[in-house]
Design a protein around this ligand. Structure first.
Ligand SMILES: [Ca+2]
Ligand SMILES: [Ca+2]
Length: 93
């Protein structure tokens, strides 16, 4: 009983954050609104990001991600995900 309530609360929370917009968007992560993301800002939203990962995304190595660097990073991460995803078999009746 308690477990199903917890699941319902979790689902509701997941829905409301989806409605509020994309979690971890550039603007959300740029907490000091200086137009770039520091490692600390990125890690506040995505704790799993390592300094190595951040450095790989920081194309000009100035320690901050610009919007362009962030977008490119996100795109490359999406590409990575797509590459790792199993190719879906042809849907046949
Ligand atoms: Ca910032
Ligand atoms: Ca940079």
């Amino acid at each position: 009983m308690k477990r199903s309530i917890a699941l319902a609360v979790f689902a509701a929370a997941a829905c409301s954050s989806a409605l509020a917009g994309e979690k971890g968007s550039f603007a959300d992560m740029d907490t000091n609104t200086n137009g770039t993301l520091s490692l600390a800002e990125v890690r506040a939203s995505v704790p799993s990001v390592t300094p190595e990962t951040f450095a790989a995304a920081d194309a000009d190595a100035n320690g901050e991600l610009t919007r362009a660097e962030y977008d490119a990073w996100k795109a490359s991460k999406l590409t990575e995900k797509a590459a790792n995803a199993p190719t879906s078999p042809k849907a046949s009746p």
